[in-house]
Design a protein around this ligand. Structure first.
Ligand code: SF4
Length: 354
């Protein structure tokens, strides 16, 4: 088995009782997998009784948004007694998103976790990814088209490289990325995987990039209202009180000029890179890499606009986006669907005002 993960993966340690935004206090539904359910049912002693009392039909019981098992010191009694292996799969995995693509397991981190956000953003050097090979046998069958998968890996690598070209202003990198999403999708649709490498080479040419940016100049000069984005981001059941409040604030500042400030460039780069790395491979499920690239660019643009409108730190805003959008697979699928509409590619480019 090959394991793909960001370079900070080995350094991740849960902050436990000193975490400023503990995931056990978010009111999330925690389903317990069958194996752990059986283990908890057989658990002897006081801990066994406590754990069983906290199990409901919907998973672990929440008391006013806090996991009923959480001790006053902010630690989990299951971890204290049994170690991390005693945790059910969801708790053990969080804040990681673990995806399986045939013989490759990908590990990505949710920015809803303050420690994952710190490791992702409190750095100046570009984020890289590691691939390690383990002895774990590949047991699950898969229906992945190997040619399509390799093409996606190739275009992901290029999209990440493009976002890390620091000689190019971040707003231009994002404009080029959105343009790339349109062109590469045409190749994927026609199964012209062999043409992806030449396309990437084309985007490495300064001349070609200049031509694309010149073509976009008129759209970018017009600028874009944040209103369609606010409408899209409004989810009927917001998990946090802050998110709808911030969106409301953004409604009233939507016409303000929001120039890209140089200081935030590195953070915007890191965010886009993490999101591209996580979402592009998911195109193996529907053949549409463009919507995944646009989703990554969109989240970055929303994080930036919400920071400007609220004055909040980017780590905090991206954590909220993770909680409200990324943790709900149905919401994410709706976003993919939405970004099939070419309006959004143009709208995102218009947000990249010069
Ligand atoms: S949010 Fe992250 S650091 Fe905080 S308790 Fe959860 S896993 Fe640990």
């Amino acid at each position: 088995m090959r394991i793909f993960a960001p370079d900070f993966s080995e350094n991740f340690r849960c902050l436990g009782g000193v975490c400023p935004d503990n995931c056990c206090r978010q009111g999330w539904q925690i389903d317990i997998d069958e194996a752990h359910l059986a283990q908890y049912r057989a658990l002897p002693g006081e801990l066994g009784e406590r754990v069983r009392a906290a199990i409901t039909q919907d998973g672990l019981k929440m008391e006013r948004g806090v996991c009923a098992l959480l001790d006053e010191d902010g630690l989990c009694p299951i971890v204290k007694a049994l170690g991390e292996d005693g945790l059910c799969r969801i708790c053990h995995t969080h804040p990681r998103f673990i995806e399986q693509y045939g013989g490759v397991r990908e590990i990505h981190y949710s920015l809803s976790c303050p420690e994952a956000a710190r490791l992702s953003l409190a750095r100046s050097e570009p984020i890289s990814f590691t691939e390690t090979v383990t002895d774990e046998p590949i047991t699950e069958p898969n229906e992945i088209d190997p040619d399509e998968y390799l093409a996606l890996m190739q275009l992901r690598k290029f999209a990440i490289q493009l976002m890390q070209q620091r000689r190019i202003p971040i707003r231009d990198r994002l404009a080029l990325l959105i343009s790339f999403s349109v062109k590469v999708q045409r190749l994927l649709d026609g199964k012209r995987y062999g043409s992806i490498k030449p396309l990437c080479r084309l985007y490495k040419s300064a001349d070609y990039r200049r031509r694309i940016l010149t073509r976009y100049r008129r759209i970018r000069k017009r600028g874009a209202s944040f209103l369609p984005d606010i409408t899209l981001l409004r989810t009927p059941n917001a998990l946090t009180k802050e998110f709808p409040r911030f969106l409301q604030k953004a409604v009233f500042t939507r016409n303000e000029s929001t120039p890209f400030d140089r200081e935030n460039e590195v953070n915007l780069e890191h965010l886009t890179v993490l999101w591209l790395a996580h979402y592009i491979p998911k195109a193996v499920n529907d053949g549409n890499a463009a919507t995944k690239i646009r989703f990554a660019a969109y989240l970055t643009l929303c994080a930036r606009r919400l920071c400007v409108c609220t004055g909040e730190e980017i780590a905090h805003i991206s954590g909220l986006l993770a909680k409200e959008i990324e943790h709900n697979s149905e919401t994410v699928s709706l976003f993919y669907k939405t970004f099939e509409n070419p309006f959004w590619a143009k709208h995102m480019i218009a947000q990249l005002e010069e």
